[in-house]
Every structure is written in structure tokens, then in C-alpha cells.
Design a protein around this ligand. Structure first.
Ligand SMILES: Cc1ncc(C[n+]2csc(CCOP(=O)(O)OP(=O)(O)O)c2C)c(N)n1
Ligand SMILES: [Mg+2]
Length: 546
């Protein structure tokens, strides 16, 4: 069999349905093999967009999303997406081409050492040097990408190898189960939780990767232990649950952090230090139990005393079986925190000022979005408002990146989310800065005939950094920019552009966009002047009084 055919057969055997990317002449053999396969090519307008889509596909399905680029410039365009998948624990596989390795007539034209470039950004990066190796290399790449902790992998398929022939046979995935925690560790964790007076549970990114919602919910309902979520743990358990204590959007000074100060034992499910710290560990004042697929990476802000390493659902199930509520547990302070949090989260939801204020924006989006609708956030100021104020009902209904925290992934991740969940409503939320980093993918969404909404938040600035600059008492410098007419811009792609003119118009416009086929962009002017008052001062002052 021709090597490129064998490669594609190996992808099919791994269950690959889509390849996102932009081919170059070094990929043409592979492209021809793809053409006649069951795999659909999703052509994008930038390799970075393709990489973000592949990573998000992996994040939502657990199966590595695959993306394709040429050598040199195509491969270098993958770099940010590789880091996004690697830090965010999203299974993703990159395939790049290369000039012939045996005899090239083009000198060093376009040649970059892509395998070396990918080294710090991936779990596995290899050049394929012989067609006979293809089945093993592809299987190994998928194994590494998908195994906990998931991440990015890369294979380079040079032109001359792609054109070789081989009778190698495919290697099937083995039968395997994720390892489970040791019984002694379960007993140790159980004893610590039973001995505690005020235990609390934290749900992080790892709990959103695999189906652990049901077990966690049963654990919380049986024990009555209150919980909070990290940014990437949002939605694992319904955030309207009576025992929810908030989202750890800020690292310190929020109502939730008062609850953490009062806790004497934190059961930390699925968290790792890649996320911006949900709280700071200081002096090891309370017992922290790390429940995750892999052991904890120790850091100055995170050094758990007990670890339950193994499948999360299994660990939680086993803890649930051996823990029932204790008389000496005292959650009264936590209930008080919840009451104050509820009051605070409700503030500003009816604010009628225009340009819109963040609390009103988030409240209106929540009202209009169905429970299983998916928000895909880019990176900017609004991320803090959405993470803290928007209550998720279901797992992975707010895709945000609190790991690389890159700008530019909002729209591509929404396109991938729509591919995975064609029957659910998907909204990309992006600032005028982040949106413009990959806005060209509007064309991809239109070409795919997707029903998709882009919520474009316009402050004519890199607002998040402008805010931080002001916090540091620096003069306003280097943050303000101009913008295209976003309505016309959307229309030029064959999408629909909308510009509400008052706060009352916003929710109906969003509803209309969700109900009407096609790609929609809503240009919403936003006013961030409350950032400092609320996020830096009010929350700290109010929570200090609880
Ligand atoms: C690729 C990338 N470049 C720069 C940054 C640093 N950064 C974080 S937020 C931000 C501003 C985002 O501006 P915008 O998208 O307009 O959102 P806003 O904060 O204005 O709502 C910048 C420059 C980043 N996170 N990622
Ligand atoms: Mg902006």
C-alpha cells in the first residue's frame, strides 16, 4: 500500500472523522489519500484556526482532533495551537509535511526543524522515516495524545516517505482501563474527610474531561459537602445547586475565598497547576486532598498532603461509599457565604446603561441561552465576568481557556463545538482584539453552513490589559485601537451582522440570532468602567465582612 494511504487508514482506524487544516505541496500525497477516505477535510483560513478547532474537538470528544499543515510556515503557524492543547490538556494531533528526506533538490528552502520546534509544546513529536513505521507511530501518537493527562502530539510525514510503499499492518488500540487509586489511599482520604470539621470540595478541569458529573453529584448530595468550581471546571455540577459556593475566577479576596479560609479540608477534584490558581495555599494550614488522574505537580501555590491518583469517577465513587455525613461537620459559615454570593451575583443584572455593562450582558446571555447551549470564550476582560457570573448547568457548556489563555481561540473553538454538537446552540464570545486574531474563520463557518453566533464585545481597546495598566497606576498608553464596521465585515463574508442600539434590544437580537439559521455577528459596545470598582474593591470589601 502507498504510505499516504496507509497513514490515512491508520487515522480511520483511530476513529478520525475530520482533519482541519491547510495543505501545502508537501502534503499532496496525503491529501489525495484523504480525498478518497471516510475522513472529511475542514479547510481553514489559518493553520492556527485549524489547530484550535482540532484541540477543541479533542477537548469535547476525548478523541484526538487532527490538524494538517505544510512544512515551515504552515508548521510554525501551529505553534500557539499546540501550546493551547498541551497546556489545556486537550488531545490533539498535528501532521506536517516536509521536503524529501533522502534527496531534496531545493536546498534548505522553507526548512525549519519542526520536530525540534514542537519538542517543548507536545507530549510526542516524531519524523516518520519509513513507511513501515507508520502504524506504530500513529498509534503511539494517539495513545500519548489521549491518555491522561491529554495533550498535543506531532508527526512529520516527508514527501518522499509519503510516496513509499509498505505492507505493514495497522496496530489496533489495546483493551485497557484507566488505573484506579490504591485502597490505602482511599482510606487515608476518607479518614481525613471524616476527621475534618469543615470540608469543602473543588471541581477543576480534569472533572470536565471525562464523565464524572454523575458521581460527583451523588457524592455531594449524599455527604452535603459544599463545592466550588475552577474556571475550567465550570458546569461539571450545576452551578445553581444549593451547595455551590461560587467560581474561583479571582485567586483571592472573593466570597468563596472566605469559605476556603474557613475550610479545614479541601477535596480537590481534577485540578492541576496549569490553571491560574483558584486559591493560594499558604503554610499548609488545611488538608488538601488531590483527586486526579495523575499526581500533583508541586508548586509554591499547590502542595497537597494526600493524593488519590487514578480514575476520578472511581475515586469519588469509592469515597462516596465510605463517607456519610458527620454530626461534627459544620457548614453554617458556608451557607452564609452562599447567601452573600447570591446577593452579589444578582447585582447589576437589570442595569440599563448603554454601552452595556458586563453584569447585564452576562445575565441576558444566560436568560437566552438554553441549558445545554455552549459558550466559547476568547480571552479578554469579559472572561472574568462570564466565569464569575454565568452559572453553567451542564459540563463543558462554557469552553474557556484558563491554561494558555490565548487570544484568538473563541471563534475556532465555537466552529469545532458546532461540528461536535450540531443540534446545540453555540455562541462565540470575543473582544474586538481577540476576534480579529482569527476573524477570517467566519468564512469557514459560512462555508460549512453552520448556525453560529459571534458575540463581539467592542471597547476599541485591549481592555483587559488596559485595566491592569490602570491598576498599576500607569498612564493609558498603547491599548486603544480602531475597528472595522463589524456589521459590514460580517456581511462581506455572507454572514449576518447585527448592531443593537439599546440594552433592551440586546437579548431579543441574541434570541433572534439563535433562532435563525446562518452565521451571525452581534456588535455590542461594552463599558468596562465598573471593573475596578467591583472586581478590585467592592468584592474584597464585602467579602471581608462575611
Ligand atoms: C495571543 C495573545 N496575545 C496577547 C495576550 C495578552 N492579552 C490578554 S487579554 C488582552 C486584551 C484582549 O482584548 P480584547 O480581545 O479586545 O478583549 P477586552 O479585554 O477588550 O474585552 C491581551 C492583549 C494574550 N492573552 N494572547
Ligand atoms: Mg477589546
Amino acid at each position: 500500500m502507498k504510505a499516504s494511504d496507509l497513514f490515512v487508514k491508520a487515522l480511520e482506524a483511530e476513529g478520525v472523522k475530520y482533519v482541519f487544516g491547510i495543505p501545502g505541496e508537501e502534503n499532496l500525497d496525503l491529501l489525495e489519500s484523504l480525498r478518497t477516505s471516510s475522513i472529511k477535510l475542514i479547510l481553514t483560513r489559518h493553520e492556527q484556526g485549524a489547530g484550535f478547532m482540532a484541540a477543541t474537538y479533542g477537548r469535547l470528544t476525548g478523541h484526538a482532533g487532527v490538524c494538517l499543515a505544510t512544512l515551515g510556515p504552515g508548521a510554525t503557524n501551529f505553534v500557539t495551537a499546540a501550546a493551547y492543547a498541551q497546556l489545556g490538556a486537550m488531545p490533539m494531533m498535528m501532521i506536517t509535511g516536509q521536503k524529501p528526506v533522502k534527496l531534496s533538490k531545493q536546498g534548505h528552502f522553507q526548512i525549519v526543524d519542526v520536530v525540534a520546534m514542537m519538542q517543548p509544546l507536545t507530549k510526542y513529536t516524531k519524523q516518520i522515516v519509513s513507511a513501515d513505521n507508520i502504524p506504530a507511530r500513529v498509534r503511539e501518537a494517539f495513545r500519548r495524545a489521549q491518555e491522561e493527562r491529554p495533550g498535543a502530539v506531532h508527526l512529520e510525514l516527508p514527501e518522499d516517505i509519503a510516496d513509499e510503499h509498505s505492507d505493514a499492518i495497522l496496530i489496533k488500540e489495546s483493551y485497557h482501563r484507566r488505573p484506579v487509586a490504591d485502597e490505602k489511599a482511599v482510606v487515608h482520604a476518607r479518614n481525613a474527610i471524616l476527621a475534618a470539621k469543615r470540608p469543602i470540595l473543588m471541581v477543576g478541569a480534569g472533572a470536565n474531561r471525562k464523565v464524572s458529573s454523575k458521581m460527583l453529584r451523588e457524592f455531594i448530595d449524599k455527604t452535603g459537602i459544599p463545592f466550588f468550581t475552577t474556571q475550567m471546571g465550570k458546569g461539571v455540577i450545576d452551578e445553581t445547586h444549593p451547595l455551590w459556593l461560587g467560581n474561583a475566577t479571582l485567586s483571592d479576596g472573593d466570597f468563596l475565598h472566605r469559605a476556603i479560609e474557613h475550610a479545614d479540608c479541601i477535596i480537590n477534584v481534577g485540578h492541576d497547576v496549569i490553571e491560574k490558581p483558584p486559591f493560594f495555599m499558604r503554610k499548609g494550614l488545611r488538608t488538601v486532598i488531590h483527586v486526579n488522574f495523575a499526581s500533583a505537580e508541586v508548586d509554591t501555590v499547590y502542595f497537597p498532603q494526600i493524593e488519590l491518583v487514578g480514575d476520578i469517577s472511581n475515586s469519588i465513587w469509592r469515597l462516596k461509599e465510605v463517607i456519610s455525613p458527620r454530626k461534627h461537620w459544620d457548614f453554617s459559615y458556608f451557607s452564609k457565604v452562599r447567601k452573600h454570593l447570591d446577593d452579589h451575583l444578582a447585582q447589576g443584572k437589570d442595569d440599563s446603561r448603554w454601552p452595556i455593562y458586563p453584569q447585564r450582558l452576562v445575565a441576558d446571555v444566560r436568560k437566552v441561552m438554553p441549558k445545554n447551549g455552549i459558550l466559547c470564550l476568547d480571552n479578554g476582560m469579559y472572561k472574568i465576568w462570564f466565569a464569575r457570573y454565568y452559572r453553567c448547568h451542564e459540563p463543558n457548556t462554557m469552553l474557556l481557556d484558563n491554561a494558555l489563555a490565548t487570544m484568538g481561540a473563541g471563534l475556532p473553538s465555537a466552529i469545532a463545538a458546532k461540528i461536535v454538537h450540531p443540534n446545540r446552540k453555540v455562541v462565540a464570545v470575543a473582544g474586538d482584539g481577540g476576534f480579529m486574531m482569527n476573524s477570517q474563520e467566519i468564512e469557514t463557518a459560512v462555508r460549512l453552513k453552520q448556525d453560529l453566533v459571534v458575540l463581539l464585545l467592542r471597547d476599541n481597546a485591549y481592555g483587559m490589559i488596559k485595566w491592569k495598566q490602570a491598576n498599576m497606576n500607569f498612564a493609558n498608553f498603547g491599548m486603544d485601537m480602531g475597528n472595522p464596521d463589524f456589521v459590514k465585515y460580517a456581511e462581506s463574508y455572507g454572514a449576518h451582522g447585527h448592531r443593537p442600539n439599546s440594552v433592551e434590544e440586546f437579548a431579543p437580537v441574541l434570541q433572534h440570532c439563535l433562532d435563525t439559521p446562518g452565521v451571525h455577528l452581534i456588535d455590542v459596545p461594552i463599558d468596562y468602567s465598573d471593573n475596578d470598582r467591583i472586581l478590585n474593591r467592592e468584592i474584597k470589601e464585602l467579602s471581608a465582612k462575611v
